[in-house]
Design a protein around this ligand. Structure first.
Ligand code: GFB
Length: 315
């Protein structure tokens, strides 16, 4: 059962592992309004795939709190094309950080997973206890297995060593600092870029992958960071916590919303040779809501804000 922890961040040294990624960068922005000291490690300081380097960095820097936002991430095609990278790198990063954190006496650790840890056909909205109740979605089972292992690591260190290590499972995220590469990105940045470039070229259509019927739940990364800090401060328990918006849309509906924001008025064509992935993964937001947290950024506003960021930084 979840418990109210009341963990105080005041004066704590907080290491955001993976601060250059979309989630890590949002966490750094969010933690700036807390009275804590944020510490980060560049790739030259510590290669998190290397156990010795990770341990050396942690023993030297001795954070009080660790947030594991470092991960090998990507969209459906990247996950399906590079299974070894997604499984190996994520296993190594999380195992290295969690074990070294124990040695360095880290008091609190928050491990980040993903909604793809749940079975492909889990009952919706997906409760936290659906984990390991059925087969995974094949396109991302490698990433999912690594993230499930990360949850189990946090649980096992709590059980065996009494460490206050917890896990949170964010839904599909989007926002500033996202990856806009069309081969490796998630759907939101891909659609923003496709619609933007099609409008610029005066194209009559854009092509989306799959049938457009899968449903996905989207959360702006700044809301995610806020939810994660809330969990860090208010939760201590064995089970992980879902971080979502509580609402989902079809990929076609998302495409229409993106096209409206971008101002692209052409046709939407479906490339059904590309995979759909899991048909739906709407997570239950009940546990997080019971802790008093709600998201603030609606989907339409979030898309517009992300498009603005794209124009200023990648356009
Ligand atoms: O965001 P996405 O790549 O990942 O794709 P998943 C979501 C849906 O959008 C799929 C469709 O049904 C895609 O086929 N889609 C349509 C597109 N057009 C596009 C496009 O141009 N690019 C992309 N990327 N998708 C990932 C997992 O699954 O979600 C990860 O592979 C992780 O492990 C992440 O869990 C959050 O939602 O299918």
């Amino acid at each position: 059962m979840p418990s109210e922890a009341g963990f105080d961040l005041t004066g704590k040294r907080v290491w955001v592992a993976g601060h250059r990624g979309m989630v890590g960068a949002a966490l750094v922005r969010r933690l700036q309004s807390e009275a804590c000291e944020i510490v980060t490690a560049g790739r030259d300081d510590a290669d998190l795939l290397r156990q010795d380097q990770t341990e050396r960095w942690l023993m030297k820097n001795r954070p009080d709190v660790v947030i594991v936002a470092a991960a090998k991430v990507g969209g459906i095609l990247a996950n399906d094309s590079f299974p070894a990278d997604f499984l190996y790198q994520n296993l190594m990063i999380e195992a290295n950080i969690i074990e070294a954190s124990r040695h360095a006496g880290v008091g609190k650790l928050l491990f980040l997973g993903s909604s793809c840890i749940y079975p492909k056909f889990a009952p919706q909205p997906i409760q936290e206890n659906s984990i390991l109740t059925g087969p995974l979605e094949p396109t991302n089972e490698w990433y999912a297995i690594a993230k499930i292992a990360g949850i189990k690591l946090a649980q096992s260190y709590r059980k065996q060593y009494g460490c206050d290590y917890i896990s949170a499972m964010p839904t599909n995220l989007y926002g500033p600092e996202d990856n806009f590469d069309l081969q490796s990105s998630h759907v939101m940045p891909a659609l923003l870029r496709k619609a933007h470039e099609a409008k610029q070229r005066g194209d009559k259509q854009i092509t989306i992958w799959g049938t457009g019927t899968p449903r996905r739940e989207f959360l702006h990364v700044d809301d995610c960071a806020d939810g994660l800090v809330h969990v860090l401060k208010h939760y201590s328990g064995f089970e992980h916590v879902n971080i979502g918006s509580g609402e989902d849309v079809t990929i076609l509906e998302l495409t229409e919303a993106v096209c409206e924001v971008v101002g692209f008025k052409g046709e939407i064509v479906k490339d059904t040779s590309k995979p759909d992935g899991t048909p739906r993964k709407l997570m239950s937001a009940d546990r997080l809501r019971a802790m008093g947290w709600v998201p603030r950024i609606g989907l339409k506003d979030g898309i517009a804000q992300t498009y603005q960021w794209f124009l200023e930084n990648r356009g």
